[in-house]
Ligand binder design. Structure first.
Ligand SMILES: [Zn+2]
Length: 206
C-alpha cells in the first residue's frame, strides 16, 4: 500500500476516534478497539455479471468517513498474454510475476462482493475498529459473507448485526408512495355532466 494512502487513512481513522471521544464513546481499554456501525457498498466496473473488476468501500456510519477499501480483480492482462506457454514454463514465469499480478480472485463476479467484504472485515481490527453492525444493500450477501467467517462465528467475539440500508428503504418507500398516488383518486362530476378521476395526492408526475 502506498505511504501517501496510509497517511491519509491514519488521519481518517484519527478523525473517527476523535469524533466518538467527543460523544463520550471510547475504544475498549483492553483491546483498544472501537465498536462502530459500518456501511458497506461496492460496484462492478460494468453491469451484467461479466465484470472482472469490483471495488468496495466500508465507512463509519456516524461520521461518513471511509475506513478501508478493497479492489477485487479476476483478470490480469499480462497473464492473459502467456496462455500459449507450457505449464512448466508458466510455473517458472508466474513465480516472478506473482507479486505484480493484478488478479486476486479466481472466481465469478458474484463471488467478488463476498471476497471483498471478507477481506475488509477480517482486517478491520488491524485498524482498531470492530464493525459490529453492517448496513448494506437489500440482498444481504455481504452480511452473510461476514457471518460465515471463522466457521460461522463471525469476525469478532460478538456477532455482527445487520441494519437496513437507508437507500434501500427510501427506494421501497418511493415505490409505495408512487403507487399510493396512482391508486388514490376520487370521481368528480364536471359542469357538463361528465365523470372524471381526480387524484387526491399531488406532487411531481411519475
Ligand atoms: Zn498476472
Amino acid at each position: 500500500m502506498w505511504p501517501y494512502y496510509e497517511t491519509i487513512q491514519k488521519k481518517a481513522h484519527d478523525g473517527i476516534f476523535h469524533h466518538y471521544a467527543s460523544l463520550g464513546i471510547h475504544p475498549d481499554p483492553v483491546t483498544k478497539q472501537l465498536d462502530i456501525t459500518a456501511t458497506y457498498d461496492g460496484s462492478w466496473r460494468k453491469r451484467g455479471h461479466t465484470s472482472h473488476f469490483y471495488t468496495a468501500l466500508v465507512f463509519d456510519d456516524e461520521t461518513g468517513i471511509i475506513i478501508d477499501y478493497e479492489v477485487i480483480c479476476s483478470f490480469c492482462f499480462v497473464c492473459s498474454t502467456k496462455k500459449k506457454i507450457s505449464q512448466e514454463e508458466w510455473n517458472i514465469w508466474y513465480k516472478s510475476h506473482k507479486p505484480k499480478c493484478h488478479k486476486n480472485l479466481d472466481g465469478t463476479p458474484a463471488a467478488m462482493e463476498a471476497a471483498a467484504v471478507v477481506k475488509l472485515w477480517t482486517r478491520s481490527t488491524n485498524h482498531n475498529f470492530c464493525c459490529v453492525s453492517i448496513v448494506s444493500d437489500g440482498d444481504s450477501s455481504a452480511y452473510k459473507a461476514v457471518c460465515k467467517l471463522n466457521h460461522g462465528c463471525g469476525p469478532y467475539e460478538t456477532p455482527v448485526q445487520e441494519e437496513q440500508y437507508v437507500n434501500h428503504v427510501a427506494k421501497r418507500l418511493g415505490t409505495h408512495l408512487r403507487k399510493l398516488k396512482q391508486d388514490d383518486f376520487t370521481v368528480i362530476m364536471t359542469r357538463t355532466g361528465k365523470k372524471m378521476k381526480c387524484r387526491v395526492l399531488g406532487g411531481a408526475k411519475s
